[in-house]
Design a protein around this ligand. Structure first.
Ligand code: KG4
Ligand code: ZN
Length: 345
């Protein structure tokens, strides 16, 4: 079994091949970041056009890196949603054509569930894995949700953000300071040099929905704090107030993520806690979760950093795990996408 996974939901054209055990045989990620950087965010039309230009060479690259031919591929998995429609369609069309030409199964993959199930990728030869049921936090540029995973197929959302996603808030604060896009990694690199206790930001609470997240208030107070540090819109990135401010901001975001995750683990009586998604590559979130989970008697599982941000391995891996369970998922997802594109004005 060699599963080819394709990811084109946003700004990465990615392809990977995993085998039956979940070992990654190849992983190629082409990032469009440079192209979108000057706009301060993703331009959907540019993104889908660039996927169309790059998809073929990225898939060829993944085959070459694995030392395989197209005829060695036994299954094709592709992100079917959620994501930008024009971007998704590039991967879906390419993957479907590949599967039809080789007469092999095509599996539509849910991008968010793939972030959770990325914990089962055997990139480093790890043998241990979390046991169902577990709670998983997917924290990225578009999502901040806690899931209760009862099996590979049964993964349901139990907490969501009522406004911004955590990654989005990192990106917006970074953009305000002029750090470029996406800003999460740049913010965390600066924050690492600061003292997280010097500048405190209010803990975000959602009245009446204590399990859910809210980040827009924290974003506003962070931006108001940083505004005072600018001189004619320019920021001194060495200034202690700025460095400590970013450390305090990062601490507030990561603190609330971990706190609610521990509450959810307790509520659903699970032992294992998983984190995945782009923001899960943040060193402070990884440290805090490890520390707090162990202190409270839970077992933390961190998706390896290289599989936190969008990649093809998480898609191939999910297709590997769900393949027998709902091979028709693609049809359902496409029906949803078609309805979306025709009803939206
Ligand atoms: O999962 P991902 O690659 O794409 C989405 O599905 O959104 O996540 C991208 C997000 C961006 O918002 C980016 O700023 C954030 O993950 N991110 C980080 C870090 N690395 C990436 N946020 C905080 N700290 C990081 N080290
Ligand atoms: Zn993602």
């Amino acid at each position: 079994m060699n599963v080819l996974g394709i990811e084109t939901s946003c700004d990465e054209t990615a392809c990977s091949i995993v085998n039956k055990e979940g070992k990654v045989l190849s992983s190629v990620v082409y990032s469009q970041i440079e192209m979108h950087n000057k706009f301060g965010g993703i331009v959907p039309e540019l993104a889908s056009r660039d996927h169309a230009l790059k998809i073929e060479s990225v898939v060829e690259g993944a085959l070459k890196q694995a030392g395989l031919k197209a005829s060695d591929i036994t299954h094709v998995g592709v992100t079917a949603g959620p994501g930008l429609l024009g971007c998704l369609l590039v991967g879906i069309a390419f993957g479907k054509a590949f599967a039809m030409a080789k007469n092999i199964p095509f599996i539509g993959v849910d991008h968010i569930k793939a972030h959770v199930l990325a914990v089962f990728i055997k990139g480093d030869g790890a043998k241990e894995e979390p046991k169902f049921p577990f709670v998983g936090l997917v924290v990225s540029g578009g999502h901040t949700s806690i899931y209760l995973a009862e099996s590979y197929e049964n993964i349901k959302s139990v907490a969501v953000t009522v406004d911004d996603a955590a990654g989005e808030v990192f990106d917006k604060v970074a953009r305000f300071i002029g750090l470029g896009y996406p800003g999460g990694k740049i913010v965390s690199d600066i924050a690492k040099k600061g003292d997280p206790l010097k500048v405190k930001f209010p803990k975000p609470v959602v009245k009446g929905r204590e399990h859910d997240f809210s980040f827009s208030g924290l974003k506003t107070s962070a931006i108001n704090y940083f505004r005072k540090l600018s001189i004619d819109g320019v920021f001194d990135l060495e200034k202690p107030e700025l460095v400590n401010g970013l450390a305090g901001f990062q601490e507030a975001v990561c603190g609330v993520l971990v706190e609610k995750l521990i509450v959810a683990a307790r509520k659903y009586k699970v032992k294992d806690i998983v984190i995945g998604g782009g923001v899960a590559s943040n060193y402070r979130l990884r440290e805090l979760l490890t520390e707090q989970a162990l202190m409270n008697g839970f077992k933390p599982w961190l998706v390896p950093v290289e599989y936190c941000t969008d990649n093809g391995a998480m898609i191939a891996n999910t297709a590997r795990l769900i393949k027998d369970s709902y091979p028709n998922k693609f049809t359902d997802e496409m029906a949803k996408l078609a309805a979306y594109s025709t009803t939206r004005k």
